[in-house]
Design a protein around this ligand. Structure first.
Ligand code: HAM
Length: 480
C-alpha cells in the first residue's frame, strides 16, 4: 500500500476503497454507462424540496452529510458518458465552423431585461420559467434560458454588425429553465446553436436550416423538419391575422380547455401549442397564419422552400408551428426525432427581424436555431471519437521504474499520444487490470530489464501480443 492518501469521499455511507480492491468503479467489471437522466437523479437520493427546486434540507439541522444529489432537474455527466457529450459538442462546433459560424461565449447570467425585452414577457419561458435573482447590488439578473437574445445584445454592444455582415456566430453551453422535469426536459440543459445576423435573404434561412439538418444527420439523429412562416407584426400580416384568430377563439371560448382561455388575451398564437384535446379540436378549424401572410412574407417563405428543395433538405409544412418565444418573425422551424416521447423537439429556430430593435438597437434582422444536446444524446448520438483519448498505459515493474514510466508517458503525450499510468503504487497485476480499464489499446511495460536494454515491452491489450520496442522508436510504433 502506498503512503499516498487514497482520495476520500465526503460521506460515511460509502468509504472509498482502492480501485484494485473493490468490485466498484475501479473493478475490471465496467459499470453500465448511466444515461444522463437528471429527472430522477435527485429524487433517488433525496425527495425534492416543496418548491421543486432541489433536494430536501437536512431536517435535523447541521452537521449532516452534504446533499450529494444535484438539484432537481439537473444532473452530473460522468465518464464514459461525458466523452459522448464532448464529442457531440465538438462535432457541432466544427460542423458550424465549416459554414463560417465563429464561436461566441457570453455570460451565463444577463440583466433580466435582456430576456424580458428580447424574448418577451408574454412567453412562457420569461413569464414562468426563469431563474431570476437580485445580486448584492440589487440588480436583477437571470440565468440565461436561451442564447439568441444574449447573442444579439453582444452583437449590438460590440458593434459586430459594423464590421462584416452577416455576423455568423455559433455557441454551445448550458441554459436554465424552471420547467417540470421529465425525460428530455431538464432545468439545466445544454444547447448548441448558430445565429446569422444582418441579412434578410431567404437564402440564409435555407443555409441555417441546412446546417442544423446536416449536423443532426451526422450525429446519427434522423430529424423531421417542420416548417412554417408566422409573418411579421403589421396590420396587413400577422397583426391582422391575430385579430381574426382572437375573434375565432372568443367565439369558441366555451369549447377551449380552461387552461387555454387565458391565452386568448395573453398570447393567442400559443393556443396552437396546447396539449389539451378540446383545444386541439378547436384549433383544427382555426384560421391559419399562412393564409394571411402579406406579399413580402409570402414571397420570402416561397423562396425559403425553393432553396431547401434545391439543397435536398426535406421538410413538412406545419401551419400550426408557432414557436414559444415572442421574437420570431417569418420563418419558424423545428426538428423532431423519434424515441424521445413527448419531448421530441431536438431543436428549433427561426427568424427574429425585430429582436435588435426590442433591445434598443437599430434594425438588424437575424435567423438561427438551437439544438438540445441532452435530447440529441438521448436519441442515440454516435461518432467514432467519443471515448477517452488514452492510447497507452505505462506499467512500471518495481519502484525504480516509476520515474521511467512517468517520463515515457510524458514523452508520449508530448508526441500527441494519450498516455496514463498508475499513481497508487499498485502491483503489476493490478496495473495491468487498470490498463484494461483505462480504455487504452497498449500497455507499455518498463522494468529493470527494459531500463538496462533502453527498450520497453509493448503489449497489445486487445490481442495479447507482446513485442520489444526500442525507447526511441516507441512513439513511431504507437502513432495510429
Ligand atoms: P427553444 O425551442 O426554446 O429555442 O429551444 C431549442 C431546443 O432546446 C429545444 O428544441 C430542445 O431540444 C432544447 N430544450 C429547450 N428546453 C429544454 C429543457 N428544459 N430541457 C432539455 N432541452 C431543452 C430557443 O432556445 C431559441 N433560442 C432557438 C433559436 C436560436 N431561435 C433562433 N435562434
Amino acid at each position: 500500500m502506498s503512503d499516498q492518501p487514497v482520495p476520500a469521499e465526503s460521506t460515511e455511507r460509502a468509504p472509498r476503497k482502492r480501485p484494485d480492491q473493490t468490485g466498484g468503479p475501479g473493478s475490471s467489471q465496467p459499470t453500465e454507462p448511466r444515461p444522463h437522466d437528471p429527472t430522477d437523479a435527485a429524487a433517488a437520493i433525496a425527495p425534492p424540496a416543496e418548491d421543486g427546486t432541489g433536494g430536501a434540507p437536512n431536517p435535523a439541522g447541521p452537521p449532516g452529510p452534504t446533499e450529494l444529489a444535484p438539484p432537481r432537474g439537473t444532473g452530473d455527466v460522468l465518464p464514459p458518458e461525458s466523452w459522448r457529450w464532448q464529442a457531440a459538442t465538438r462535432l457541432a462546433m466544427d460542423s458550424f465552423a465549416t459554414a463560417g459560424y465563429a464561436p461566441i461565449e457570453t455570460p451565463i447570467f444577463e440583466h433580466t431585461e435582456v430576456f424580458e425585452r428580447g424574448v418577451g414577457v408574454g412567453s412562457e419561458v420569461v413569464g414562468k420559467e426563469m431563474y431570476t435573482f437580485s445580486d448584492r447590488g440589487g440588480r436583477s439578473l437571470t440565468l440565461r434560458p436561451e442564447l439568441t437574445a444574449p447573442v444579439m445584445r453582444a452583437v449590438l454592444g460590440h458593434n459586430l454588425h459594423r464590421a462584416r455582415l452577416p455576423v455568423k456566430l455559433a455557441y454551445a453551453g448550458p441554459m436554465f429553465r424552471q420547467e417540470r422535469p421529465q425525460k428530455g426536459r431538464y432545468r439545466q440543459f445544454s444547447q448548441v446553436g448558430i445565429e446569422a445576423i444582418g441579412s434578410m435573404s431567404p437564402a440564409i434561412d435555407a443555409e441555417v436550416i441546412e446546417v442544423g439538418d446536416r449536423y443532426l444527420r451526422d450525429a446519427g439523429v434522423e430529424p423531421t423538419l417542420l416548417l412554417n412562416s408566422i409573418g411579421h407584426l403589421d396590420p396587413g400580416c400577422r397583426t391582422g391575422y391575430l385579430k381574426l384568430l382572437t375573434e375565432y377563439l372568443v367565439a369558441n371560448r366555451s369549447a377551449l380547455a380552461p387552461v387555454d382561455i387565458e391565452r386568448i388575451s395573453l398570447n393567442p398564437l400559443r393556443t396552437f401549442d396546447s396539449k389539451e384535446s378540446r383545444t386541439i379540436e378547436v384549433m383544427r378549424r382555426a384560421p391559419m397564419i399562412t393564409d394571411h401572410l402579406c406579399d413580402d412574407c409570402r414571397n420570402h417563405f416561397d423562396a425559403v422552400q425553393s432553396h431547401l428543395t434545391k439543397l435536398d433538405v426535406s421538410y413538412t409544412l406545419d401551419p400550426h408551428l408557432v414557436r414559444g418565444l415572442d421574437y420570431y418573425t417569418r420563418t419558424a422551424f423545428e426538428f423532431t426525432a423519434g424515441g424521445l416521447g413527448s419531448q421530441n423537439a431536438v431543436g428549433g429556430g427561426g427568424r427574429y427581424d425585430g429582436l435588435a430593435e426590442s433591445l434598443g438597437g437599430q434594425h438588424l434582422p437575424g435567423i438561427g436555431f438551437a439544438l438540445g444536446l441532452d435530447r440529441i444524446l438521448l436519441s442515440g448520438f454516435q461518432t467514432k471519437d467519443q471515448s477517452s483519448p488514452v492510447a497507452a498505459y505505462v506499467v512500471a515493474i518495481g519502484s525504480a521504474a516509476v520515474e521511467q514510466a512517468l517520463a515515457i508517458a510524458t514523452h508520449l503525450r508530448a508526441a500527441g499520444i494519450g498516455a496514463d499510468l498508475d499513481f497508487l503504487d499498485r502491483s503489476v497485476k493490478s496495473q495491468m487490470k487498470d490498463a484494461a480499464r483505462s480504455g487504452g489499446r497498449w500497455a507499455v511495460i518498463v522494468g529493470d530489464e527494459e531500463i538496462a536494454g533502453n527498450n520497453v515491452t509493448l503489449k497489445d491489450l486487445g490481442t495479447g501480443e507482446q513485442e520489444t520496442v526500442a525507447r526511441d522508436k516507441l512513439e513511431d510504433r504507437l502513432k495510429p
